[in-house]
Design a protein around this ligand. Sequence first.
Ligand code: UD1
Ligand code: MG
Length: 447
Amino acid sequence: MQTALIILAAGQGTRMNSDRPKVLHEIGGAPLLAHAIRSGWALSPEKVIVVAGHGAGEVTRAAKAWDETAEVVLQAEQKGTADAVIQTAPALDGFQGDAVVLYGDTPFIRGETLEAMAEARAKHDVIVLGFEPADPGRYGRLVMQGDDLLRIVEYKDASEHERAIGLCNAGIMMADAQVLAELVAEVKNDNASGEYYLTDLPALARARGLSAGVIVCDEAETLGINTRAELLAAERIFQENARAAALEDGVAMPAPETVQFALDTAIGRDAVVEPHVVFGPGVTVESGARIRAFSHLEGAHVSRGAIVGPYARLRPGAELAEDVHVGNFVEVKNATLAEGAKVNHLSYIGDASVGERTNIGAGTITCNYDGVFKHRTDIGARAFIGSNTMLVAPVSVGDEAMTASGSVITADVPDGALAVARARQDTKPGFARRFMDRLRAAKAKKE
Ligand code: UD1
Ligand code: MG
């Protein structure tokens, strides 16, 4: 069965009190929208359609950054959740399969829950996700008759009797894509808000002789974000879940409560993550690697046996092969370090390649930026870069070559060569003492 994901993300999110569209606020280093898209991946969707409105340009960029197949359709005016789904009709024209509607501001829906909904489609034409909140508040209520969902009634439109129902609408709905398109076109806005409610669908389906059913999930999954306080609470929940999942996957973490994960952090079994490590988006740490305390990683790949930190910074494009060491106060950006390479102290390695077993001395800098362009530094295998070498890119250092400490390397160094690029030392015997004596005498005279 083919599946199309529809993610509603047109709302502004007034209560965030922000210029940013609500779905672009982040938890786990990734926009809420990305969380919703990744939940939907559990169904291996053939199509991912995002309905954007407020900040559509930014929402489009974020959608495509997290799922390059995502299509974005516009909802010019936010006239309700059914109106939002109507905008997807052209994108779904001729699509054979199911469509599932997710909300862009609801990040914790589990893949298993969506799979359960897909299975339940064998029994019903329309499946709605329900939950039983501790406080049903203003959620839409699910009016059941046995296993059949008769209709959803929005709180504003509900009678006293209906408001007493504890089973609520989480907002997620699944149906055949063509049926969904036909049903949303029938929705009217004759309700308390004057909006086109997606929640009218179960009743409209039944009016056609189709059936509707419900899958119930945990309230925790349905948490929607409307305010900054809710965003913060969601971040905490996300971090707790991510830490628990990492431990479950066999990652060693002596102080998990101090480690920050991103949505897509991938860490192998028996990797060690020491306290106060921050993972930004796009990090993979392979089995058996060690990330030492207070390191910050984003867009980086750390292979088996590598050691990073303490206090290291890996930026996007940092690619560390097996057994690489990147030590304290070292920053690596857009650079590949081949097997066994070591950069142990106080260095910046950017736009560079470093060959296997090469040792980079303390304080080495790749001077990659001329104020306008970025340039590359290529260092061969088994080379030795002396401490405090400035490598003025574009420049290369060959295999088994050396640079002398304190050198400013502006020309390529061939394989096996030593480059010394610093002033020769001039030593003046007795000079320092004579000089200081003179200065002290001058001072005494003044006093
Ligand atoms: C909705 C449900 C309600 C359910 C609740 C769960 C409807 C009518 N009501 O109410 O039954 O209990 O979610 O949280 O569906 N959006 C658009 N375009 C629009 C309107 C909304 O894209 O024109 C998007 C919003 O950005 C948001 C989502 O749809 O991501 C839900 O809209 P929202 O206004 O939050 O619906 P609720 O009032 O919470
Ligand atoms: Mg809502």
